[in-house]
Design a protein around this ligand. Structure first.
Ligand code: GLN
Length: 477
């Protein structure tokens, strides 16, 4: 679909286009390509039509349905939708229908958006390719022999395929930005606490953050403004209204200071493909041409981010996933006593990667190893925060690749978890620090597939991040 979310919303608000027609157009595109792409766990066709009719009725009655009036939004299937299955792409939740809506869902509705379906993900958001879904992988719409990235691969693919102009994902270690890069769309991880996590099924609570996918930076900014802002139901929610990120998009980068992280751009971490590095250099030159001061800079501890993350995130996951015990939610496999029932339920309900994370996390937290693993990882986290703080004394934003490579072949990395984990090397540091970061599509690699450039900003620097991203977008032919 060629139109942006902003164009759809303005046409619907003006009564020039009906929300119902917009939904039908997108359902038609889904009908054409969904069998091949598998972006969705559930297409909510009836609910979407009903919702669109309500939006049209509001417009007809002279009221304004909001900034996202009639815009279809694809929702990652780890956000609660009242009465509608919310599976986390796991067998353990396959039949579960939440009794409440996530805050993001409430806010989307309040902004006039139309939720069009629940998208596929790596089970419990653990993965980088969407191949860990219990319901089969999502394919990259640019080349269906390739992965869309993950874990929000369904949301990224839905936007890239034109199934919806907007989508939401969650980003714990890169799960919005990396699939955005691989699918050639914009993906945002806001400052931790900017968007409520109420109703997001928890993976690693100190890292999880919900963020937008869109075709343009302006669309992503509008979606951000609709979902961000304080929510008393999330104790880590920042007690401030949403940052007005849209207001600054046209202000450019003249006089800004930009640092290209050397460790992630060829000098430090191995495995960053040269065609990806080349696109980051083109982006850096474009910002310099637009008036920014651009230099290479070192953020030494980012190279330890991956290791720290793969202790901290599994540790938190092992605790968060203890609630799936066959009693409170979803699947139950009976046994002769409670313990046997718990074991049988979890054995049948969780996939291999989820079990691997629970074991890694339980081990990292165990009495004898807590200090050596979890404790040390937390100290590395502090080091990363300190190194970023030093860098942001000199620079307004930092630049790096989003993902080390373009989209890889389906099946290429499933056998070796370590090579899969390396996908997150550029995105994880921002999660550990709680900082915002955005992936902007910036041309293609040697294989003709999309490359994303990442703009990183300091805590609460979402406005600056969006502003630089918009400048980067404008610099493309
Ligand atoms: N790929 C990373 C992981 O597997 C990040 C996942 C995420 O951000 N949800 O943990």
């Amino acid at each position: 679909m060629a139109t942006t979310a902003l164009e759809v919303a303005s046409a619907v608000r003006a009564g020039e286009r009906s929300a119902r027609a917009v939904v039908e157009e997108h359902l038609a595109v889904i009908g054409e390509r969904e069998a091949e792409v598998h972006a969705f766990n559930l297409v909510m066709a009836d609910e979407a039509r009903e919702r669109a009719d309500a939006v049209d009725a509001a417009v007809a009655a002279g009221s304004d349905p909001g900034p996202l009036a009639g815009v279809p939004v694809a929702l990652k299937d780890n956000m609660c939708t009242r009465g509608v299955p919310t599976t986390c792409s796991s067998r353990i939740l396959a039949q579960w229908r939440p009794p409440y809506d996530a805050t993001t869902v409430e806010r989307l509705t309040a902004a006039g958006a139309v939720i069009i379906g629940k998208t596929n993900l790596d089970e419990f958001a653990m993965g980088s390719s969407t191949e860990n879904s219990a319901f089969g992988p999502t394919k990259n719409p640019h080349d269906t022999s390739r992965v869309p990235g993950g874990s929000s691969g369904g949301s990224a693919a839905a936007v890239a395929a034109g199934f919806a102009p907007l989508a939401l994902g969650s980003d714990t270690g890169g799960s919005v930005r990396q699939p955005a890069a691989l699918c050639g769309v914009v993906g945002v991880k806001p400052t931790y606490g900017a968007v409520s996590r109420y109703g997001l099924l928890a993976f690693a609570s100190s890292l999880d953050q919900i963020g937008p996918f869109a075709h343009t930076v302006a669309d992503a900014a509008t979606l951000y403004e609709a979902i961000a802002g304080h929510d008393p139901r999330d104790s880590t929610s920042i007690p401030e209204p949403a940052a007005p990120v849209s207001s600054w998009l046209d202000d450019g980068v003249d006089g800004m200071r930009v640092g290209v992280i050397s460790e992630l751009s060829g000098g430090g971490i191995e495995g960053i493909a040269s065609d990806v590095q080349a696109r980051v250099r083109v982006a850096a030159d474009a910002l310099a041409a637009a008036g920014a001061t651009v230099e290479e800079t070192s953020v030494p501890s980012v190279i330890y981010g991956l290791t720290a993350y793969y202790l901290i995130a599994p540790a938190e996951a092992s605790s968060n996933l203890a609630r799936y015990d066959g009693v409170r939610y979803g699947l139950r496999v009976d046994g002769p006593n409670t313990e046997a029932m718990n074991v049988a339920t979890r054995t049948a309900g969780f996939g291999d990667e989820v079990k691997r994370r629970i074991m890694l996390g339980t081990y990292a937290l165990s009495a004898g190893y807590y200090d050596a693993y979890y404790g040390k990882a937390q100290r590395v986290r502090t080091l990363i925060i300190d190194d970023f703080a030093a860098a942001y004394e000199k620079y307004d934003v930092l630049l790096s690749p989003t993902s080390p490579t373009t989209a890889f072949e389906l099946g290429a990395k499933v056998a070796d978890p370590m090579t899969m984990y390396v996908n997150d090397v550029c995105t994880i540091p921002s999660n550990l620090a709680g900082h915002p970061a955005i992936s902007v599509p910036y041309g293609v690699g040697d294989d003709g597939l999309p490359v994303g450039v990442q703009v990183l900003a300091p805590l609460m620097g979402d406005v600056t991040m969006f502003r630089v991203a918009a400048a980067l977008e404008r610099s493309l032919p």
